[in-house]
Design a protein around this ligand. Structure first.
Ligand code: ADP
Ligand code: MG
Length: 728
C-alpha cells in the first residue's frame, strides 16, 4: 500500500537538474513571439499600423478593411514561425485561461487546401461556451457567448498556436470574464484621473494604471506531488504532520537557489522573454521549497494577461523539470503560504508617476492629491477590497496568523504620517500668503527629501505605500489580478471624480484659488480617513481589538467577506463608474459563492477518502503487527507478558482511539455535507459548508497526524512533509 510513496522517493533521489540552454542576452529574445509594435511595423501597412495604434491609444474602432490586413499579416508572421493554429485566448470566471484552437488550414475544393485567417476570425468568435460559469446570465439553451479581440494586449505565439487576447461577453452583452470589467475600470480611472491632472498640467491627455505583481509559489518534485491524492485534487495537503524542521531557522529565505529550481527558473524566464513577459527578479521565499518571481511593472491590462499566461506557463515548464508548481495559497500547514503582491500606481502620458513626488511644490501637491485620494478610496471601500481577494484558499492566509490579516488597513510610514498631520492643520477657507509660503516651503516642498529617507517597511500591512506605489499584499497567489485591479481602479476613479466635484465647488462658491481649494478638500479627506491608517503590527491580536473599535471590517471567511460585493453601495459604485451592471455584479457573487461551496465540498470528499481509505487501514495493519507481537510475548512470557508488552498495549489502545475518532468524525462530516447539499440558496449553502462542514477538517486531520507519528514509517502510504519540502 505504501508502495507509491517509496517508488516516488526512489525516483526523486535519482533526479538531476535538467539542462537548459540560455541566451546570454535576454534582450535579444524579448518579445520574439509577440505581435508587438515592432513586429507590426515590419508586417503591417502604414494604414493598418496606425489603425491598431489608434485603437490601443484612444480606443477607436478598427474597421473591417484594417482587420483583414492585420489578420493576414498576423498569419504570415505566425506561419513564418511554424505556427499551425490560432485561438482566441480569454479569462473566463473559472480562474483559469481558456483557448480553443482552430487550424489556419481550409479546404478550397478540387482536393486543394490553403492557410487562411481572415479579419472576421480575428475580431470575433463564438466559442461553444455553455459550460463556463455565468451566474445565471445565460440559460444553457441560449448559451451563446462571444469573444472579441482586445488590441491593447498583443497577440502572441504559445507553442504552435497564435493566441489572440480577447474579452468574453454574453450574447446579451454582459461580461463573462475578468478582462471586460477590468478594461472598463481602467477607462474609468483614466477619465477621472486625467480630469484631476488638468489642475496641475493641461497637457495630460491620458492616465494609465500600472501593475507589478510578485508571484509566490512552491516547487515540489513531480513524483512526490503526484503521490499525494490531496495535492493532485485540491492543490494542497489536507493532512501531514509538521516536520521537525520547518522554516524556524529562516535558512531558505533569500538563500542559494537549489539547482533544479534554478534551472526551472532559467527555462521559465527564457519562455517569458519570448512571450514579452518582462520577468526580472527571482529568489527563495520564507518556507522550504517556496520561491518568488517578479517582473518589471507594466500597464495593468497587459500585466494581468501576463500573469495569467505565466501561471499556465509555469506548470508546463515545471513538468519538463519533473517538478510541480503549487500556486495554492496554503499548500502546507504550519509554514508560510503564498501570495501575490499587486504593486499599483498611476502615470500620465507625459511620463509622470502620480504616486511619486516631483521637483516642484506644485507637482508635490499633485502627488499628495493622488496619494490622499487613494487612501480615502481605500478607507471608504475597505470591505469591498477585502471581498475581492476572498476565496476558499486565501482564507487560510488572511487572518490566520499570517501575512496579512483579513482587516484592510493602509501603511504610509512615519514621515508621510507627519505630513498628513501637518496638512490637517490647514486653515479652513482662504489661506494667508504666509501660510501658503509655509506650506510650500516646509510641507509640500520637503516631500521628496522625506521620501528619500523613508525606509519604513511594514511587512504586516495589507496595503502599504512603498515610495512610489501602493502595494496590495493581501491578494492570493492563485488570484487573477484583474479582480483586485478592477476594484482598486474603480474605487480610486470614483474618489477622484468626487474630489474634482468638491474642488470645483469650492473654487466656484467660495472664490478660492485652485491650490487653496485642493488643500481644503485634502484636509477634510485626511480627517475622514483616519480609521484606515495603521502603522503597527498587523498580525497582533491587539490590532483586531483596535480595528473593531475603529469600525473596520474583519471578515475572516469567504462567505462573510463576499457579501460586501453585492451591498447597495457596491452595486451603485460599479454602475456609476460603468464597470459592471447590477446583473454582472450579482452574477459574479453567485459564481464565487458556488465556487466556494464546490472547493470545500471537494476537499471534504478527498479528506474523507484519504482518512478513511488510506490512513485508517494503515493504522489497522500496524495495529495487527503490534497485536501479533503482544501474543508472541504472551507465548514466551506467559502471565508475566504485560511487563514486556506494556508499551505495545498502550499503542494498540491509542490507535483504536484515533481510528474511532476518525470514523465518527467522517460520518458526522458526511451528514452535515448531505444536509448542506440540500440547501438551494447558495449563500446559506456556502455558510453551511464554511461553519458546519469545514470545522471537521482540522479535527479529522488532528487524529490522522497523530497516527502518522505512531505508525511504522515503512507502512505509511502518504509522502511526508519532510519529503515534500526538503527533496530538492
Ligand atoms: P519589493 O521590495 O516589494 O520586492 P520591488 O521594488 O522589488 O519591491 O518591486 C516589486 C514590484 O513592484 C516589481 O514588479 C516592480 O516592477 C513593481 N513596481 C515598481 N515601481 C512600480 C510602480 N511605480 N508602479 C507599479 N509597480 C511598480
Ligand atoms: Mg513586495
Amino acid at each position: 500500500m505504501s508502495k507509491i510513496r517509496f517508488q516516488a522517493l526512489a525516483v526523486t533521489l535519482n533526479r538531476k537538474p535538467v539542462k537548459v540552454i540560455e541566451a546570454t542576452r535576454r534582450s535579444d529574445l524579448f518579445g520574439e513571439n509577440v505581435f508587438n509594435e515592432s513586429t507590426m511595423r515590419q508586417y503591417l501597412t502604414k494604414d493598418a499600423f496606425n489603425g491598431v495604434m489608434n485603437a490601443i491609444d484612444h480606443g477607436t474602432k478598427i474597421d473591417r478593411k484594417i482587420a483583414d490586413q492585420v489578420s493576414s499579416a498576423m498569419k504570415e508572421w505566425a506561419l513564418s514561425k511554424g505556427v499551425t493554429h490560432y485561438t482566441h485566448w480569454f479569462q473566463p470566471l473559472t480562474g483559469a485561461t481558456a483557448e480553443k484552437h482552430d487550424a489556419f488550414f481550409e479546404t478550397i475544393g478540387g482536393g486543394m487546401a490553403i492557410e487562411k485567417f481572415g479579419g472576421s476570425q480575428l475580431v470575433q468568435q463564438e466559442p461553444d461556451a455553455s459550460s463556463f460559469p455565468n451566474g445565471g446570465i445565460r440559460n444553457t439553451f441560449e448559451a451563446r457567448g462571444y469573444t472579441a479581440w482586445d488590441p491593447t494586449s498583443p497577440a502572441f505565439i504559445y507553442g504552435t498556436t497564435l493566441s489572440i487576447p480577447t474579452i468574453f461577453v454574453a450574447y446579451t452583452g454582459e461580461a463573462l470574464d475578468h478582462k471586460t470589467p477590468l478594461l472598463r475600470a481602467l477607462q474609468a480611472v483614466d477619465n477621472a484621473a486625467t480630469a484631476v491632472c488638468k489642475y496641475f498640467d493641461k497637457n495630460v491627455k491620458k492616465v494609465t494604471s500600472s501593475l507589478g505583481w510578485e508571484q509566490e509559489y512552491f516547487l515540489i518534485d513531480k513524483a512526490l506531488a503526484d503521490s499525494r491524492p490531496d495535492i493532485t485534487l485540491t492543490g494542497r495537503t489536507l493532512l501531514g504532520h509538521s516536520p521537525a524542521k520547518g522554516q524556524q531557522l529562516d535558512d531558505h529565505y533569500f538563500g542559494s537557489i537549489p539547482s533544479r529550481a534554478l534551472n526551472f527558473m532559467r527555462d521559465l524566464e527564457t519562455e517569458c522573454m519570448l512571450l514579452g513577459i518582462p520577468v526580472k527578479t527571482r529568489h527563495n521565499e520564507v518556507a522550504p521549497n517556496q520561491f518568488e518571481l517578479a517582473p518589471i511593472y507594466e500597464e495593468s491590462n497587459l500585466a494581468v494577461d501576463h500573469n495569467s499566461l505565466l501561471m499556465d506557463l509555469m506548470g508546463k515548464v515545471a513538468s519538463r523539470h519533473h517538478l510541480k508548481v503549487l500556486l495554492h495559497e496554503k499548500p502546507f500547514a504550519g509554514i508560510n503560504g503564498s501570495g501575490k503582491h499587486n504593486n499599483w500606481s498611476l502615470s500620465t502620458n507625459t511620463g509622470v508617476n502620480l504616486l511619486s513626488p516631483g521637483k516642484t511644490p506644485m507637482s508635490n501637491l499633485q502627488f499628495l492629491t493622488f496619494f490622499i485620494n487613494t487612501i480615502k478610496a481605500v478607507n471608504d471601500n475597505e470591505e469591498l477590497l477585502r471581498a475581492v481577494i476572498a476565496s476558499a484558499s486565501n482564507d487560510h492566509r488572511l487572518g490566520a496568523n499570517e501575512a496579512p490579516p483579513a482587516i484592510i488597513s493602509v501603511f504610509i510610514g512615519a514621515q508621510l504620517t507627519k505630513v498628513l498631520s501637518e496638512l490637517e492643520g490647514v486653515t479652513n477657507g482662504k489661506l494667508s500668503p504666509q501660510e501658503k509660503t509655509d506650506l510650500k516651503l516646509n510641507v509640500v516642498g520637503k516631500i521628496p527629501d522625506v521620501l528619500l529617507d523613508n525606509t519604513d517597511r511594514n511587512r504586516t500591512s495589507p496595503f502599504a505605500f512603498t515610495g512610489n506605489k501602493f502595494e496590495f499584499r493581501a491578494v492570493g497567489s492563485t488570484a487573477n489580478c484583474a479582480k483586485p485591479m478592477k476594484v482598486l481602479n474603480t474605487i480610486v476613479a470614483k474618489q477622484l471624480k468626487e474630489f474634482k466635484i468638491e474642488v470645483d465647488a469650492l473654487i466656484e462658491a467660495k472664490d478660492l484659488k485652485k491650490d487653496e481649494a485642493i488643500f481644503n478638500v485634502l484636509r477634510e479627506y485626511i480627517k475622514a480617513s483616519k480609521k484606515i491608517l495603521f502603522e503597527g503590527n498587523g498580525y497582533g491580536s491587539a490590532w483586531e481589538i483596535e480595528a473593531k473599535k475603529r469600525g473596520l471590517s474583519n471578515n475572516k471567511t469567504t462567505p462573510e467577506a463576499l457579501k460586501a460585493k453585492i451591498s447597495a453601495k457596491s452595486i451603485a459604485l460599479f454602475e456609476e463608474m460603468n464597470v459592471m451592471s447590477k446583473i454582472e455584479t450579482t452574477a459574479r457573487y453567485e459564481i464565487e459563492m458556488e465556487e466556494y461551496v464546490m472547493r470545500i465540498q471537494i476537499e471534504a470528499r478527498v479528506l474523507g477518502d484519504i482518512a478513511g481509505n488510506h490512513v485508517v487501514p494503515t493504522a489497522i495493519r500496524y495495529q495487527n503487527l503490534l497485536i501479533k507481537n503482544v501474543t508472541g510475548l504472551k507465548d514466551i512470557f506467559g502471565n508475566d507478558f504485560e511487563k514486556h508488552a506494556g508499551e505495545q498495549i498502550q499503542l494498540i489502545k491509542q490507535i483504536s482511539g484515533h481510528i474511532e475518532a476518525i470514523h465518527t468524525k467522517i460520518d458526522k462530516m458526511i451528514n452535515v455535507r448531505k444536509k448542506a447539499n440540500k440547501i438551494d440558496d447558495v449563500e446559506v449553502k456556502a455558510e453551511a459548508y464554511c461553519f458546519k462542514v469545514k470545522p471537521y477538517f482540522d479535527e479529522i486531520r488532528y487524529h490522522c497526524d497523530k497516527l502518522e507519528l505512531m505508525v511504522d514509517d515503512s507502512l505509511w502510504p502518504l509522502t511526508k512533509y519532510r519529503e515534500l519540502l526538503f527533496s530538492r
